[in-house]
Ligand binder design. Structure first.
Ligand SMILES: C[S@@+](CC[C@H](N)C(=O)[O-])C[C@H]1O[C@@H](n2cnc3c(N)ncnc32)[C@H](O)[C@@H]1O
Length: 219
C-alpha cells in the first residue's frame, strides 16, 4: 500500500515549479550526478535509431542531450521543451559548446509549448509535475507519430515496507516537485495513452522507468 501524505491532493503548480528550478539551475547538474545510471537506462529503452526526432520534455539543462545525440546522430533532431529560462540557458550553452546543429529549444510549459515536429520518440525524465497535467501529456502526444516510443522516469512511493526508501522519496519530492498527486503511480495518466507498457523499478521501488508505444486510438 502506498504511503499517504496530506499534500497528495494538490495539483501541480507551474509558478512554484518555475521558482523552484530558477533557484536550482546553478547547481542542478552536480545534484543529478547520482541519477545518471537511470538516465542511461531510460535513453537505452527509447530504442532510438539514426535520424530519429526525439522530444525531451522538461529537458532542464540538457543533461540528456549527449546520450540522445549519440544515438540519433547528426541527421537526427532533438526538441527540448522547458518552462524555466535559467535551466534552458544552460541547455543552450551545452548545445553551442558541442556544436550540435539540429536541437530546437522551446521555452514554454509543456501544456502549451509550440512543438515544431511530429517525433519518433519522447522522453519524460524526472518530470513528475508534467506527468500530472493532462493537457501537457496531450500536447506532447499530439506531436508524436503513431508507434512512437515513449519513456518516463521519476520518483514514486515504494511499498510501505521499504520505509527508508520512502523517506528518501519524500525528501527528494519535497525538493523537486510541486505536487505529490499520484506519487503512488506517477505514470498512470501517460500509460493510459500507450500500448506495450512496461514499468520497472529501481532503488527498492522508489524510482520507476516506464516505456511504451504511442497509440493514437487509446484515450
Ligand atoms: C527534475 S528536472 C528534470 C530535468 C531533465 N529532464 C533532466 O533529466 O535532468 C524537472 C524539469 O521539468 C521542468 N518543468 C516542470 N514543470 C514543467 C512544465 N509544466 N512544463 C515544462 N517544463 C516543466 C522544470 O523546470 C525542470 O527543469
Amino acid at each position: 500500500m502506498a504511503l499517504q501524505f496530506p499534500v497528495t491532493r494538490r495539483a501541480p503548480d507551474r509558478s512554484a515549479a518555475l521558482a523552484q528550478y530558477r533557484r536550482r539551475a546553478p547547481g542542478y547538474d552536480t545534484e543529478l550526478a547520482l541519477f545518471e545510471p537511470i538516465r542511461c537506462e531510460a535513453i537505452t529503452r527509447l530504442d532510438l535509431r539514426r535520424g530519429d526526432t526525439v522530444l525531451d520534455v522538461g529537458c532542464g539543462t540538457g543533461l540528456s542531450f549527449e546520450l540522445l545525440h549519440d544515438r540519433i546522430g547528426k541527421a537526427g533532431r532533438i526538441v527540448g521543451i522547458e518552462q524555466c529560462p535559467e535551466m534552458l540557458d544552460k541547455a543552450k550553452t551545452r548545445v553551442e559548446e558541442n556544436h550540435w546543429r539540429h536541437v530546437d529549444l522551446v521555452c514554454a510549459p509543456a501544456a502549451t509549448a509550440p512543438i515544431p515536429v511530429q517525433a519518433d520518440a519522447a522522453l519524460f525524465h524526472f518530470t513528475h509535475d508534467v506527468l500530472r497535467e493532462r493537457a501537457a501529456i496531450g500536447n506532447v502526444l499530439a506531436h508524436l507519430k503513431p508507434g512512437a516510443r515513449v519513456v518516463a522516469t521519476g520518483l514514486q512511493w515504494a511499498p510501505a515496507w521499504a520505509w527508508p526508501t520512502n523517506g528518501f522519496v519524500l525528501l527528494a519530492a519535497m525538493y523537486s516537485v510541486t505536487s505529490f498527486d499520484g506519487l503512488g503511480r506517477p505514470w498512470d495518466m501517460l500509460a493510459r495513452r500507450l500500448s506495450d507498457v512496461d514499468v520497472r523499478t529501481s532503488l527498492m521501488g522508489g524510482i520507476y522507468i516506464l516505456s511504451g508505444v504511442y497509440s493514437p486510438d487509446l484515450h
